[in-house]
Structures are given as C-alpha cells and as structure tokens.
Design a protein around this ligand. Structure first.
Ligand code: PAF
Length: 283
C-alpha cells in the first residue's frame, strides 16, 4: 500500500519538517495547487520528482483569488482522494494550511502585480484574481522556500505573473512552466471540467481545436486578425460565449500584430453553460 504523505497544517510544523531536509542539502520542489487533483497536477508532481530530492504539494483553496460572485464555495474539494493520489505519487509532504494559518486575523498585506497581470486577459474578467494569486504564491514561496516551483501552463497568464513576481521580488526559486496535459480529444485538463454537463463536455474540445488550427494558420503567414475573427465565430457556433481569443507576446503578454513582434501565444477564455474554460497554445 502507498505510504500516506506527511500532512502539515501550520507554518511552525511545516518549518520543523523542512529544516532537516535543508540541513542535509536536499533540494525541494513545490507544486502549488488548490486540490481537486487530476492528471495535469500529477504531471507537475512527476516533473518535480525528477528535479528535486523532496517534493512538497500545497493544497489550499485560496479565498483571496475569488471574487464574491465566483465559485469559492462550490470549488471541488476532494482532500482524501488527493492525499491518496499524492501517496501513490510518493510525494514527501502535503502543505495544507488552514485558512487562519494562511490569513491570520489582522492580515493586511496584498501584492499588486502589474505587467502581465494587467494584460487585459483574465484580469479584465477577474480583476481580483492575480492580486490574490500573487499574494498566496509569495506566501507559499516564503513558507516552503523551495528551490523549484512547478506551474501548469494551462493557466498561462498566471505562469507569466508568478515568474515575473519571483524575479521582481528576488525570491530564490526557479519557476518552471509545464505544458498542458490534455484529454484524448484535446480538452485541457482542469478541475472545473467537473462542472460540465455531457453536452457541454462534447462541445468543450472546440477551444483547443480552434487554437491549434489558428496557430498553424498564423504560422503559415495568414493575418492574425482575420484568423482570430474566424476562430471566434467557430467558438460561438459550438455554443460558447467568448470572453477573449487573443494573440499575445509569449513573455510580456503585450498585443502582437505579426509573428515579427516576437514569440506568440494564443489565449482563449469562454463560457459554456455555467462553466468558464481557459486554454492557450504557442504559435
Ligand atoms: O493554479 C492554481 O491552482 C492556483 O491559482 C494557485 C497557483 C495554487 C494559487 O492559489
């Protein structure tokens, strides 16, 4: 039977456990999550295991990154199944702070990321989001003090924001982006896929299909604006309400007019029924 990983709930117990590892010179990789783990998270774990001597997975549904009307209350919470999967993946430690361990009474500090965090993509629809993410990720980095931190590129803007934040704040951690894990039909794995009805699930891979086709058309030299306009029509035809379909610089997320402007990333967000899905692909 797989060994249950250590589960820590307070910053002091976390530090006591990590100290001897660090003293022995063992490297530590952190995989930050909000739980509801799927194969995409387990890929981050397996890549973390290849890089570091010890792997810490954090599980914390961070209230600071949800607006009052968003799904904090109903966000899937599958703690026992998560611990079982992490035991099977031979994770060393799960950092699962209580809300008061993370945000004790009187907590009054919030990081306000700029740059990629104000690119007019997710931030436009979720103005609350990146401040909450940057604050909790900075705390996770300071609590665990990992050598490496693994982030899925499915949340591409988040990956850019966290990478820049670690650089700007001189946090001694290497942020590593891991390519998106997909279902056989192309749908990017996401904890929120659990919200999809059967009909919505059948329509959902259209986002990835449009990204793939658009990327190859842009690569072949077709005008970006026209390709994206046609992509938007196809996404709407599949039953989505589109928030954005954009071509951006892959590092700064600044708008690009042509492949000459730098490496391009296509990013999409769209709602189907009650579920909002995001995805992205390189050109
Ligand atoms: O991507 C997520 O699951 C969350 O935004 C993160 C990075 C764990 C911060 O709460």
């Amino acid at each position: 039977m797989a060994k249950r990983p250590l589960v820590m709930r307070t910053v002091s117990s976390l530090r006591r456990t990590l100290a001897p590892w660090r003293k022995r010179g063992q490297s530590i990789a952190l995989v930050p999550t909000m739980g509801a783990l799927h194969a995409g998270h387990l890929k981050l774990v397996s890549d973390a295991k290849r890089r570091a001597d010890r792997v810490v997975v954090s599980i914390f549904v961070n209230p600071a990154q949800f607006a009052p009307h968003e799904d904090f209350g109903s966000y899937p919470r599958t703690f026992d199944a998560d611990i079982k999967a992490l035991g099977e993946a031979k994770v060393d430690l799960v950092w699962a702070p209580t809300a008061t361990a993370m945000y004790p009474g009187g907590f009054a500090t919030r990081i306000a990321p700029q740059g990629a965090a104000l690119a007019g993509l997710e931030d436009k629809f979720r103005p609350h989001f990146f401040g909450g993410v940057a604050t909790v990720v900075a705390k996770l980095f300071l609590q665990v003090q990992p050598d490496f931190a693994m982030f899925g590129q499915k949340d591409y803007q988040q990956f850019c924001v966290v990478t820049q934040m670690a650089k700007d704040l001189d946090l001694p951690v290497k942020v590593i982006g891991i390519p998106t894990v997909r279902e056989k039909d192309g749908l990017a794995l996401s904890s929120r896929n659990a919200y999809l009805s059967e009909a919505e699930r059948r329509a959902a891979p259209e986002l990835a299909r449009v990204l793939k086709v658009s990327a190859s058309r842009i690569k072949a030299g077709e005008p970006i604006e026209m390709v994206l306009e046609e992509g938007a029509v196809e996404i709407a035809r599949a039953g989505f309400s589109l928030d954005y379909l954009e071509a951006r610089h892959a590092v700064t997320l600044a708008p690009v007019a042509s492949p000459k402007d730098g490496p391009i990333r296509l990013l999409v967000a769209a709602r189907i029924g009650k579920t909002r899905l995001i995805d992205n692909m390189p050109v």
